[in-house]
Design a protein around this ligand. Structure first.
Ligand code: GLN
Length: 475
């Protein structure tokens, strides 16, 4: 295993070429993807071409930066011009992205080599990867287990050395939870830090593009590669993008780390609890101070999320009607049948469940009781965090309530599946940045992540705290 930052250095020193790295990744994909299900589309020819161009630039002393020549993968929610983009749904089968998402364009401008499109839960709805309409993605660490989701392929590809950094999306935990299950670093930036232009919308007030890498430095490098203001996304914020990796010192002296009691409830998996407690000690031994605190509205977060996310999803997914994108069914039976048959047959069960829930909470008779109330509770959850951050610099808690669960274990029980994100969802409701860092292993040798939560647009400080933790734990 080599990390993105090691690869970047090796490229810089001329120890390896981008073509060699790209070929090695493509060979592993060729060899193992049928079993692991990380990629839905592999762009071998264009990847090799970009790699050659990168090597040429480097030979002429014109390398574009740290990501130049680095092979990366992109979740299938995100547009790459000319490549298929399906959100792992049959309703978009055969659809090709007409343009690049801004994050894709940014990575291309940085010289990164795009290997292809990564598997996921359909429309990013799920926590295990099992809701992909094409193939179940397996956890490379234990093939009987889920890699987490919804960015299943993005996490698994990094572990399986099928890309040195990847992009995912995180609406309720879809970057951090799979990072925890796969034993790598996964960062969800602040709402507004990264453009979502060209990213398929799930729940627009929560969606954010996130990054994966073997370690914190890799995640930092990927974030610098994609972040920044974009006039095409009115929710993106105009703030300078630092060289996040360059700011990592591991220095924590005097920093205050909040321990929210609501995240350490009775019944929490003891191995997860032990790992996070150990992480707190590690931060303390680096000079940080642990401060107990309370985020009282935490217990309302899951219900609030499943009202807001489904409401927004039902609206966002109304555009898949068989007229504008993808396959069209039922044409011979008239327009109404086109809608019914296309949507009825090509959306998966979980997606339909969400659309039904979302339409229900938005319906005239229930709008105030559910949707309006959920918006109010959301403000209270955000306020909890604001108050906490008056006292502390970061918050630490588990990323997921358990290590990676078995494939098939939760597929018949949606509520159990929803609970996999209980610790990550509040961060999205608050619009805050969060990162999962490997913090140890269960007795079955399954990775366990610790989640650090930062202040809005405090990615530099958050990454530094995570870096200190990673160095101290040395997992
Ligand atoms: N598992 C959560 C859901 O299904 C979160 C997914 C995500 O972050 N995209 O909604």
């Amino acid at each position: 295993m080599k990390t993105l930052s090691q690869i970047s250095l090796a490229l810089n020193k001329g120890e390896v070429s981008s073509v060699e790295l790209t070929k090695a990744c493509l060979a592993r994909i060729e060899q193992k993807n049928a079993e692991l299900g990380c990629y839905l589309h592999v762009a071998s020819a264009s990847a090799l071409q970009t790699a050659e161009q990168s090597d040429q630039r480097r030979r002429q002393g014109q390398a574009l930066g740290e990501l130049d020549g680095v092979p990366v993968g992109i979740k299938d929610m995100i547009f790459c011009a000319g490549m298929p983009v399906t959100a792992a749904s049959k309703i978009l089968e055969g659809y090709q992205a007409p343009y690049d998402a801004t994050v894709t364009r940014n990575l291309k401008r940085a010289g990164a080599v795009i290997l292809g499109k990564l598997n996921q839960d359909e429309f990013a709805m799920g926590s295990s990867g099992e809701n992909s309409a094409y193939q179940v993605c397996k956890n490379p660490i234990d093939l009987t287990r889920a890699p987490g989701g919804s960015s299943s392929g993005s996490a698994a590809a990094v572990v399986a050395d099928m890309g040195y950094g990847t992009l995912g999306t995180d609406t309720g935990g879809s970057v951090r939870q799979p990072a925890s299950f796969c034993g790598i670093a996964g960062l969800k930036p602040t709402y507004g830090r990264v453009s979502r232009y060209g990213v398929i919308a799930y729940a627009s007030s929560l969606d954010q593009v996130g990054v994966f890498g073997h370690g914190v430095k890799d995640a930092a490098m990927m974030l610098s590669g994609i972040a920044g203001y974009d006039e095409r996304d009115s929710t993106s914020v105009n703030m300078p993008v630092p060289n996040y990796a360059g700011l990592l010192t591991g220095e924590l002296k005097g920093k205050k780390i909040g321990i929210p009691k609501e995240y350490f409830i009775e019944g929490l998996n003891p191995e997860v609890k032990a790992c996070v407690e150990n992480a707190v000690k590690a931060l303390e031994s680096r000079g940080a101070q642990a401060i107990p605190l309370s985020l009282p509205y935490t217990k309302e977060a899951l219900a609030t999320y499943y009202i807001i996310a489904t409401a927004e999803a039902s609206s966002n997914l109304s555009r898949y009607d068989g007229i504008r994108y993808g396959p069209r069914l039922g044409e011979e039976h008239g327009l109404k049948a086109v809608y019914e048959e296309t949507r009825g047959q090509l959306f998966g069960t979980e997606v339909k469940r969400r659309i039904l829930l979302g339409s229900y909470v938005l319906s005239a008779g229930y709008y105030d009781a559910y949707y309006v109330r959920a918006q109010k509770v959301r403000s209270l959850i955000a306020q909890d965090f604001r108050k906490a951050f008056e006292r502390v610099d970061a918050i630490i808690c588990p990323t997921a309530p358990t290590p990676a669960f078995k494939l098939g274990e939760k597929t018949n029980n949606p509520l159990e599946m929803y609970l996999a994100d209980i610790f990550t969802i509040p961060v999205n409701l608050g619009g805050l940045p969060g990162i999962s860092v490997p913090a140890g292993y269960s007795k079955d040798q399954l990775p366990i992540g610790a989640q650090l939560i930062g202040k809005p647009f405090g990615e530099a400080e958050l990454l530094n705290t995570a870096y200190a933790l990673e160095k101290e734990l040395n997992v």
